[in-house]
Write a new protein. Structure first.
Length: 294
């Protein structure tokens, strides 16, 4: 048993082919040949040629696109130049307009100042022409009204207030024309006297009469037998501007508590109280300012 385990299991007489007396067999396998360097160079050259052709094709395509775009770019460039020129022209024109507008504004301001000066001169002239006039307001209008009948009304009024007025003291008399739009017929009667003293005396005595007497001045005191209880009012004749300012001044006095409102020589004045300064009213804007400030 031990003998068999020490022995080799292979057969010692293996026949590896051929005769044992001949040359041992060759175990050399066939070798594959490496690609030659010239094949690689050829492939690289082919790749380079293909890339060159591709780049040339791309460059030609880009050149064609550039040739197509170039006229459009030139048009855009020309348009931009025209726009810049137009903007420069408009900017220059705008500067000219601004200078002209500034000049017009300066001239307009001067014109407004000059117009205000002229209006004040006209107002002074109108006040001067009215300095000897007074008005009788709310007198009923009769169908057969004449200058003679109007003079008689004024004479009757002077008798009522106990003033010795002669016809020769009246240089002119007329009723203000009615404005058809307002539908008023009892327009004021304007009385032009021969002196400011006569005018002032009549206005002063008329106010005193209304203060002292319970029966205020009315149409009866002018000689009316119809509508004789219609109240009448004697006041200075103001200009259209003066009348408007006097109306606004009275509204200011009522709204803001101004104690005194009066006219003197055609001008309008207000005063808050005895300790306040006198304010001459010269414009509607001034009245509005006082309305907001009070």
């Amino acid at each position: 048993m031990n003998v068999s385990m020490d022995r080799s299991l292979s057969d010692p007489n293996l026949n590896l082919g051929g005769d044992s007396n001949t040359t041992p067999p060759s175990f050399i396998s066939q070798r594959y040949k490496r690609k030659r360097d010239n094949d690689i160079d050829e492939q690289l050259n082919t790749f380079k040629e293909e890339m060159k052709q591709m780049l040339q094709s791309m460059m030609i395509s880009q050149a064609n696109e550039i040739n197509k775009i170039t006229p459009t770019l030139k048009e855009i460039q020309l348009t931009n130049i025209n726009i810049e020129n137009s903007i420069s022209f408009l900017t220059s024109q705008n500067e000219d307009f601004k200078r002209k507008i500034e000049q017009y504004e300066i001239q307009a301001k001067k014109d407004r100042e000059y117009i205000a000066l002229l209006e004040e001169k006209v107002e002074d002239m109108q006040r001067g022409s009215r300095k000897m006039n007074f008005e009788i307001k709310n007198v009923p209008k009769t169908s057969n009204e004449t200058k003679e009948s109007l003079v008689n009304m004024v004479i009757n009024l002077s008798k009522a207030i106990e003033y010795n007025l002669e016809k020769t003291d009246i240089t002119d008399i007329y009723r203000v024309r009615s404005n058809n739009k307002d539908g008023k017929n009892n327009t004021p009667i304007v009385v032009e006297t021969s002196s400011t003293f006569i005018k002032n005396d009549i206005i002063k005595l008329s106010k005193a009469y209304n203060v002292k007497r319970k029966d205020k001045l009315c149409a009866r005191h002018l000689g009316f037998t119809k509508n004789e209880d219609t109240p009448v009012y004697v006041s200075k004749q103001l200009t259209a501007k003066g009348s408007r300012l006097y109306f606004l001044a009275r509204d200011l006095s009522k709204s803001k508590g101004y104690k005194f409102t009066w006219t003197s020589y055609g001008r309008v004045y207000v005063r808050k109280d005895e300790n306040s300064h006198i304010i001459p009213i010269k414009s509607e804007a001034q009245v509005q300012h006082l309305m907001c400030a009070a």
